[in-house]
Design a protein around this ligand. Structure first.
Ligand SMILES: CCCCC[C@H](S)C(=O)N[C@@H](Cc1ccccc1)C(=O)N[C@@H](C)C(=O)O
Ligand SMILES: [Ca+2]
Ligand SMILES: [Zn+2]
Length: 303
């Protein structure tokens, strides 16, 4: 048994079977995926419920990641690969920086930690407390949300404060809907494991989960970097309006162009409207797509 790329399998947080791109080295199989056209790799670690990053490489003796404590790593690894594939196949973007850099994830971060984040270098996932969240890498839209933050950091670079911050959060939610391509709910696969049918947020109905969906209801607060997880409901609703009007295939191209060409660090909601309108005009002219974007943002009170 020499070293090299291997194909393993495992069970995710929801008990779902999935294939894994692994790597055999010194008799152990690692969650270390060398199969993508990137300079780096997709690699997954565990913090073993500590807070030191990246922690320890996730490994298994027989390439079968089937134990309960491996489920979060299985999903972090598989969903990172799926999200990498989305950006590469849809836009030709090679990893979050467009330069094929490694995508690193750490699971089992902290104790009962009900969150996930991109720390500027890697993705980090808590296990949840079993009531509010199950392990957060168990939801593809959460993984896509976090990796989109990395894309945003290497493109628009939106500051994580007030309207630019809420726009930053919204772009992570909107792209997670593009990647998951299943529903307008956010986090449903990991949120409240004991209750079905709910989510942390909804793109189609932000008020269902306490978010505004119009500028008239913008929340001015110092909490949460100026309410970035609250006020994201406004651009999220505009995103829903856009997808419903022109379809996901056109919407994702308009959003990607706005994110990578026109938005900047201090772009606010009105700047986002303008960036998306310009992107729609660039890609489709001043036709129905342009009008749909204009209406999508007028509907939420952003001009
Ligand atoms: C360091 C703490 C703040 C980091 C916030 C990260 S980027 C974030 O926004 N995490 C998402 C996770 C998520 C994504 C999609 C769906 C469900 C949950 C998030 O929304 N976190 C909420 C719980 C929050 O921080 O308020
Ligand atoms: Ca979802
Ligand atoms: Zn976020």
């Amino acid at each position: 048994t020499d070293a090299g790329a291997a194909s393993g399998y495992g069970y995710g947080v929801l008990g779902d079977y999935k294939e894994l791109n692994t790597y055999l080295s010194n008799g152990s199989y690692f969650l270390y995926d060398v199969t993508n056209p990137m300079n780096g790799v997709i690699e997954t670690f565990t913090a073993e419920n500590g807070t030191y990053l990246p922690g320890y490489r996730s490994s298994d003796s027989n390439n079968a990641f089937t134990s309960g404590n491996q489920a979060a790593a299985v999903d972090a690894h598989a969903y990172a690969d799926q999200t990498y594939d989305y950006f590469y196949n849809t836009f030709g973007r090679n990893s979050y920086d467009g330069n094929g850099s490694s995508i690193r994830s750490t699971v089992h971060y902290g104790s009962n930690y009900n969150n996930a984040f991109w720390n500027g270098q890697q993705m980090v996932y808590g296990d949840g407390d079993g009531s509010t969240f199950a392990p957060l890498s168990g939801a593809l839209d959460i993984v896509a949300h976090e990796l989109t933050h990395a894309v945003t950091d290497y493109s628009a670079g939106l500051v994580y404060q007030d309207q630019p911050g809420a726009l930053n959060e919204s772009l992570s939610d909107v792209f997670s809907v593009f990647v998951e391509r299943e529903d307008y709910l956010l986090g449903e696969d990991a949120y409240t494991p004991r209750r079905s049918g709910d989510a942390l947020r909804s793109l189609s109905n932000p008020p269902a989960y306490g978010q505004p969906e119009h500028m008239d209801d913008y929340v001015y607060t110092n909490a949460d970097n100026g309410g970035v997880h609250t006020n994201s409901g406004i651009p999220n609703k505009a995103g829903y309006n856009t997808i419903e009007s022109i379809g996901v295939a056109k919407a994702e191209k308009i959003y990607y162009r706005a994110l990578t060409v026109y938005l900047g660090a201090y772009s606010n909601f009105s700047d986002a409207r303008a960036a998306l309108l310009q992107s729609a005009a660039d890609l489709y002219g001043n036709g129905s797509e342009y009008d749909a974007v204009a209406n999508a943002w007028s509907n939420v009170g952003v001009y």
